[in-house]
Design a protein around this ligand. Sequence first.
Ligand SMILES: Nc1ncnc2c1ncn2[C@@H]1O[C@H](COP(=O)(O)OP(=O)(O)OP(=O)(O)O)[C@@H](O)[C@H]1O
Ligand SMILES: [Mg+2]
Length: 105
Amino acid sequence: MKIAVAGKGGSGKTTVSGTLARALARSGHSVLALDADANPMLGISLGVGPEETDRLLAVRQGVDAGETPHEPTTEGMVEAFGTRAPDGIRLVVASRIDSVAPGCQ
Ligand SMILES: Nc1ncnc2c1ncn2[C@@H]1O[C@H](COP(=O)(O)OP(=O)(O)OP(=O)(O)O)[C@@H](O)[C@H]1O
Ligand SMILES: [Mg+2]
């Protein structure tokens, strides 16, 4: 099952996404939460804390700046751009890449 949450600024996307992810995880589902927002704050909603949320943003920005290598595999992306959140959720911060390297997802 894939669920996408989109909408106007300030309409509650992050709050709804975090609540959905935690509710599904607590009911036994394996949850991969992908934050593709330009200002990724899902980590706050999921409870990973502000420092880890900022770290994930910095890793993504490193790709845009050419300082962090592209990840050719899904598993690699989850490791490089993700973290573990409460309730067993895996959070990944990734979005559109302006300059795509060969083999990049
Ligand atoms: N169901 C709700 N009832 C009351 N307040 C809410 C509800 N959902 C979200 N809010 C509040 O509305 C504000 C915006 O919510 P949220 O950050 O989830 O929106 P967003 O769409 O992700 O915003 P952005 O576009 O800035 O990323 C927050 O202050 C949040 O606490
Ligand atoms: Mg948001």
